[in-house]
Design a protein around this ligand. Sequence first.
Ligand code: SAM
Length: 240
Amino acid sequence: MSTGSEVCDVRPHPRPGQIREMFASIVPRYDAVNSLMTLGLDRRWRRLTVEMAQPQGAVALDIATGTGELGCELVRQGARMTVGADFCVEMLRAAKAKAERTGVGDHLTLIGADAMRLPFADSSFDCVVNGFMLRNVERLCDTLAELWRVLRKGGRLVSLDLTPPRGPLRGFFGLYIGRFVPLLGMLVARNYGAYRYLFDSLSIHPDADQIAGMMRKAGFAEVGYKLVGFGTVAIHRAVK
Ligand SMILES: C[S@@+](CC[C@H](N)C(=O)[O-])C[C@H]1O[C@@H](n2cnc3c(N)ncnc32)[C@H](O)[C@@H]1O
């Protein structure tokens, strides 16, 4: 198994400012495209991600909350206090509207923050979750170290993201993510580039074993992962 050290450097990504602008441009149709391209399975994966963080009675963080799906789910699954953070203001506005619409607005605090430099004291959270964030941060190892810092001892990190597909369906999923998803993005969100970026970011993303190695390197213990979505999605869990 890889130690993950070889993938800790800055990856050839768009700069954080470009990433923020790209996400701002797809906010209105973001949930709809997610639902269509995953055939609705993303909701199940998010529920499972939050379950794996054991949020009952916890002080919880959803970092890179986007439209707030995981943040709202943390509240629904019994977190005592939940913070949703993202560096894209337009996403945070959508998250706020959703939280109010779904009746969890009083329990979800939304703030602007960069995952690589969080404005929280050491050991602030019992659990931290993130959905589809790992591929987007410029410095993955620094981000994992930052998540380790803000978790208390015994706190749980659970990360949900696409993972480079393996096995016999690899070619099919390559075509699906590389060709079909950008077309869907163009038709539904009028943005081919943002959804082509999904394929590009996945093609330079470490595999699930490498991510596990990076979590260990950041100081986490009990690192493991579950593959869902026919092996196209990994949910990593680790403990501080
Ligand atoms: C693909 S969306 C995922 C949103 C949500 N977590 C979900 O499960 O649907 C990625 C989100 O990560 C945010 N993001 C990317 N890099 C970030 C960073 N360095 N700090 C904070 N948020 C970041 C983007 O603004 C965007 O909202």
